[in-house]
Design a binder for this molecule. Structure first.
Ligand code: ADQ
Length: 468
């Protein structure tokens, strides 16, 4: 596995190095896959290295082998904050913010991708399978193939892949595309993204399509959709534990037992449509279609990419809007919006999901959106209602949500009011259908369907699994 981040954080205390598990979604998905295959995870350790500092040795952790790759402050500024998150991220999300391009960012992106490819080439056994993750590492497949033609290489993009017209803006577009074409299988969240990719190979490189793939240098590169999912059982279990249920009831009580608790949970990112959501809520309050204290909103906005200008500007705008809504519609002791710029444990998040009458997920563009899936998985009681943007990948599967176009404010308001007013039987019917889908399509299903499309057989069971 090659991903920008390792599933652990490096901590240095009094010159002593230790590793702390970092609870990411990807590790939940990939740990069983890697552990069963005694696989290696190549990635950055989360601490900026000094220039020239040697990377720590590979080590065993949680039945996986972890191989750290060093990134310096300069790498992080140019490769991570620069090309990955100020050029690619906005461009791939419909350019909802203007992408910036700098030649020095591109150089760093290439240099860092080469470093990851070399570490993977060094770790991989003969004829091994290497699975590369996400937009930070799009050059790795071709770089790795050049170093190790014996490997089977898969790539999965977690974010959208833009239409040809947008991708063509990217200054180093052909190199990025050739990087991806180093893989045997390129996976996307949605079928439309796979189509965009295949169309681009013809438009930009004049390659010939062959079935659901394309021919490159006498090789066949397949492209297909593999919608990512969540650990449904883990969320269901949390949502059924007494202390989470008690916490959920306590949250409602602390909010003054509102009739309607509306929740948003997002990274504080301009793609997530947080401002649009607040605007819809504010207008509904001003029209008296909703009123405080019967209706309150809780918005969790997880700190994210705080050194990047677009993100700093977004935080100012969001916090100004919260202040405005609370100033106009709050009461003493009863704000209309509870805004939480913090990280939470899984169990606290699940308690919030269980407490919410309506969950609002309104991104302008989103590869999948796991929050929408987590909310549905948490509603073992079949309660609650989900308002979901058509532009989240999850909308392709969660068809029984209250779908809306986040660019159409009236549409968002109407979807929210339909969710607020839905009768219990209709809400339960919707939730049941969505839950059935998720149970059959959890994150293990995602990982195994990608790997089987890559032609990797399921691992042989370990002895302890044989016994059960
Ligand atoms: P993200 O843009 O980060 O992921 P999302 O899919 O919603 O978005 O995942 C966010 C995760 O962080 C969820 O698991 C959520 O529970 C967690 N989280 C959010 N706020 C939190 C908080 N305050 N404290 C703790 N945890 C919090 C990218 C793409 C998505 C795609 C995923 C996976 O942008 O479209 O779904 O990768 O492929």
């Amino acid at each position: 596995m090659v991903a920008n981040r390792l599933p652990v954080d490096e901590v240095i205390n009094d010159g002593e190095r230790s590793w702390r598990r970092s609870p990411g979604g990807l590790v939940t998905a990939l740990h069983p896959v890697l552990a069963a295959r005694r696989g290696t995870w190549v990635g950055w350790s989360g601490r900026a290295a000094e220039p020239g500092e040697p990377a720590p040795e590979a080590f065993e952790h949680d039945q996986m082998r972890l191989r750290p790759v060093n990134l310096t402050t300069d790498d992080l500024e140019r490769y991570y904050e620069g090309f990955a998150n100020s050029s690619l991220w906005p461009l791939y999300h419909d350019a909802v913010e203007t992408p910036f391009y700098k030649r020095s960012w591109w150089e760093a992106y290439r240099r860092v991708n080469q470093r990851f490819a070399e570490a993977a080439a060094d770790e991989a056994a003969p004829q091994a399978t290497v699975w590369v993750q996400d937009y930070q590492l799009q050059l790795v497949p071709a770089m790795l193939r050049a170093l190790r033609p014996d490997l089977k290489i898969g790539f999965f993009l977690h974010i959208p892949f833009p239409p040809v017209e947008l991708f063509m803006q990217l200054p180093r577009r052909a190199e990025v595309l050739r990087g991806l074409l180093g893989a045997d299988l390129v996976g996307f969240q949605r079928p439309l993204a796979a189509q965009n990719f295949l169309r681009l190979t013809r438009h930009l490189l004049g390659l010939r399509p062959r079935g659901a793939g394309v021919e490159v240098d006498d090789r066949l590169v397949h492209a297909a959709a593999f919608p990512i999912s969540i650990d449904v059982l883990q969320i269901e279990e949390l949502a059924s534990t007494p202390h989470v249920l008690a916490r959920s009831a306590q949250i409602r009580k602390e909010l003054g037992d509102p009739k309607m608790l509306i929740l948003g949970v997002d990274r504080l990112d301009y793609t997530k449509g947080i401002e649009q959501r607040f605007k819809a809520f504010r207008e509904l309050l001003s029209e008296n279609r909703l009123s405080v204290p019967d209706a309150v909103m809780v918005q969790v906005a997880t700190p994210s990419r705080e050194r990047i200008e677009h993100y700093q500007a977004l935080r100012v705008k969001v916090e100004r809007e919260v202040g405005r809504i609370n100033g106009e519609y709050g009461r003493v002791g009863v704000p209309a919006v509870h805004y939480l710029h913090q990280s939470y444990s899984r169990s606290e998040l699940v308690a919030m999901y269980c407490a919410a009458d309506v969950m609002m997920v309104t991104p302008l563009r989103d590869g999948m959106n796991l929050v929408a899936k987590e909310y549905v998985a948490a509603r073992v009681d079949l309660g609650g209602a989900l308002v979901l943007s058509e532009f989240a990948g999850a909308a392709g599967e969660l068809r029984q949500a209250f779908l809306c176009n986040p660019h159409d404010l009236q549409g968002v308001k109407d979807a929210l009011m339909r969710a607020v007013n839905v009768d219990e039987a209709d809400a339960a019917r919707r939730m049941r259908t969505m839950r059935r889908h998720l149970r059959a399509h959890d994150v293990r299903h995602w990982a195994t369907s990608f790997l089987s499309a890559l032609g990797v057989p399921a691992p042989t069971p370990t002895r302890s699994e044989d016994n059960t």
